[in-house]
Design a protein around this ligand. Structure first.
Ligand SMILES: Nc1ncnc2c1ncn2[C@@H]1O[C@H](COP(=O)(O)OP(=O)(O)OP(=O)(O)O)[C@@H](O)[C@H]1O
Length: 605
């Protein structure tokens, strides 16, 4: 099951709707700050909305007059049937033109405002700390930027206009019918509120169900997303049918909810038809007796009935809109919650990267302890003490889950230490500018993920402003240039989706070229666990050696053969440093973990 919504509070139900209270409404209105830059267009759109809503109200009046003049009951301006018909036509024409401009202007406002919201959300997402993403599923985060924003857009363009139109119809309609005949109006209104109340209760139930249907559908999408992202795993485990069954199951649930929603929707429509038309028959019957008594003109009865239909339709529509406003308020709340999340303290100025101060690369871990924010009960690191002087090379070895990657994550300040301190060039990294720190660290990760663009773009990711020559030099140093040139499009070869798929060793060399281009003072090499063929391995190793020159390097080593030359090896186990020393020293103590790991790997190979 997807976790739903962020920080749902008491006023927000589990379906993500928001009770319409004064407070929630006031908070929801804050999203309209995004409309402010387009306020003039918004006001013009609003003007057309008022005009189109009001012109429409003249329609029943003129139809009544048309009827009166056809039966010879009219006088003055409304005597001429043709004139009234032309008037009617003009009104409809005006209504059509006003509606066009209303839609046009509101679309301009909502499309732009919504793009601004999406831009801000995205910019927020990429600047939020890693811990934010660990607490949520990707599908859930993307739905903020897609579904929730779409709901706000609906609210800004359609819902708001409809709300206004229906309310105007209701109020102006009631005023006009009162003015036409108090008696008939009172008769109509005596039957109407009952229908209104029932319609609202019904409407609410339906909104709840349709939201539930949407959520069930979202759950089915989560399965599609997850399995498509990990399609290799699904196939490797021959779990296709298992996934199909899982998907079918959730689809079944969605259909069940959708059908139950449809049942209520059908009943609602029946109720509206029977109830409202029944009401209209009553009004016509009573109105006919008034006409027979000479209390009102026949034309007025026709106008009255038309206004009653309008009023009825707007009441039905308002029930629908109530749910939409609720949903939009819920979506707004979730969007605003994200926009208020605290970003990482990186330097966002445009010159930040070009003016980064270069660090020496002295690193020191002082009694570092750490637990992940999502699992605070488990201490992943305890009492980690070591220093790496600028230019030195240190290797971290140890069993899987020992805490090696965590040690690196702390250096990147993806998380803050929970005990002790971590200094670079003698300064606690918590007091250091985050952009400076990260700009000085280059990472070649275990699993290199390339972006879907060209090889050139992927290398230039290390320094987007790099020149063509610098990119080529970096590719050469990384032993990547030769294989890149074997592709017909060279550096322009697309990788990933729709492009060429690079082998593990090739991807690593692209990542190395990227790191060379970044030219960091500190380097983190996370060795691939999967071994490459010896030719590829040799090329990668040479590229790594080139990359390490003159940089402080921390290697997470899985294949011990590659780290004999490092200055110091730290053996990590259970979140602690259990052995420390050079390869020669550690391999000499026969009972040591390192010596045993070495023996094990030797036997395996
Ligand atoms: N993001 C996370 N949230 C919570 N716990 C985590 C997280 N990442 C790792 N852990 C836990 O922290 C411990 C150390 O993990 P870490 O990835 O540092 O080990 P490692 O030595 O790098 O292992 P490997 O060699 O398999 O990569 C493990 O028990 C792991 O389950």
């Amino acid at each position: 099951m997807a976790k739903r919504g962020f920080g749902l509070n008491g006023e927000q139900d589990k379906e993500g709707r928001k009770k319409i209270t004064k407070e929630s409404f006031r908070r929801g209105l804050r999203i309209f700050s995004y409309v402010l830059p387009y306020k003039y267009k918004f006001i013009v759109g609003l003007g057309f909305l008022v005009l189109s809503s009001l012109t429409f109200m003249a329609f029943p009046y003129l139809v009544g007059k048309l009827f009166d003049s056809s039966t010879g009951n009219a006088s003055g301006l409304t005597e001429d049937i043709n004139m009234i018909a032309i008037g009617l036509f003009l009104i409809i024409l005006a209504q059509g033109i006003f509606s066009f401009f209303r839609v046009y202007f509101f679309a301009q406002v909502s499309e732009n405002a919504v793009a601004d919201i999406r831009r801000d959300l995205y910019s927020k997402f990429v600047q939020l700390p890693i811990s934010f993403f660990e607490k949520r599923r990707v599908g859930e985060i993307t739905s903020r930027i897609t579904t929730d924003v779409a709901q706000v857009q609906d609210a800004m363009s359609i819902t708001l206009a409809e709300l206004f139109r229906q309310t105007t119809t209701l109020i102006v309609g009631i005023i006009i019918i009162m003015w036409t005949s108090i008696k008939l109006s009172l008769f109509m209104l005596a039957t109407f509120p009952v229908l209104v109340a029932l319609a609202l209760v019904f409407g609410r139930k339906i909104k709840g169900l349709s939201k539930k249907t949407q959520d069930e559908l979202a759950n089915t999408n989560v399965i599609v997303e997850e399995t498509l992202q990990a399609i290799n795993t699904v196939k490797a485990f021959t779990n296709e049918m298992f996934e199909v069954a899982r998907y079918r199951n959730t689809l079944g649930k969605a259909v069940k909810t959708a059908l139950s929603a449809a049942y209520y929707r059908g009943a609602f429509i029946t109720f509206i038809i029977v109830g409202l038309f029944g009401g209209i028959i009553l009004v016509i019957w009573y109105g006919a007796t008034l006409v027979a008594n000479g209390d009102i003109e026949p034309g007025s009865l026709i106008s009255f009935v038309l206004y009653t239909v309008f009023i009825g339709a707007s009441v039905g529509g308002l029930g629908d809109l109530y749910g939409k406003v609720q949903a939009a308020l819920g979506a707004t709340e979730r969007i605003l919650e994200i926009l208020q999340e605290e970003e990482e303290p990186t330097d966002k100025s445009p010159t930040a990267l070009s003016q980064v101060q270069r660090l020496h690369g002295d690193i020191s871990y002082n009694q570092v302890a750490f637990s992940y924010p999502t699992r605070q009960d488990i201490q992943v690191l305890r009492d980690i003490n070591f220093t790496v002087r600028a230019g030195e090379k240190v290797a971290l070895v140890g069993p899987s889950g020992a805490g090696k990657s965590t040690i690196i994550q702390l250096l990147m300040r993806f998380y803050d230490v929970t005990g002790g301190s971590l200094t670079v060039d003698g300064k606690d990294i918590r007091n250091m500018d985050l952009t400076t720190l990260r700009a000085n660290i280059g990472v070649v990760p275990q699993e290199v993920l390339l972006f879907g663009g060209s090889i050139r773009e992927n290398i230039a990711y290390g320094r987007p402003e790099a020149t063509e020559q610098e990119i080529i030099d970096a590719a050469r140093k990384a032993n990547a240039y030769d294989f890149i040139m074997t592709f017909p499009e060279g550096l322009d070869t697309l990788v990933g989706e729709r492009g060429i798929k690079l082998s593990g060793g090739q991807r690593q060399r692209v990542a190395i070229a990227r790191a060379i281009l970044k030219n960091p003072a500190i380097l983190v090499l996370d060795e691939a666990t999967s071994s490459l063929d010896s030719e590829s391995e040799h090329l990668v190793q040479l590229a790594m050696d080139e990359l390490m020159k003159g940089r402080t390097t921390i290697v997470i080593a899985h294949r011990l053969a590659t780290i004999r030359k490092v200055d110091k090896i730290l053996v990590i186990d259970g979140g602690e440093i259990v052995e420390e020393g050079s390869h020669e020293l550690l391999s000499m103590s026969p009972d040591g973990i390192y010596a045993n790991l070495l023996k094990l790997q030797f036997e395996l190979s």
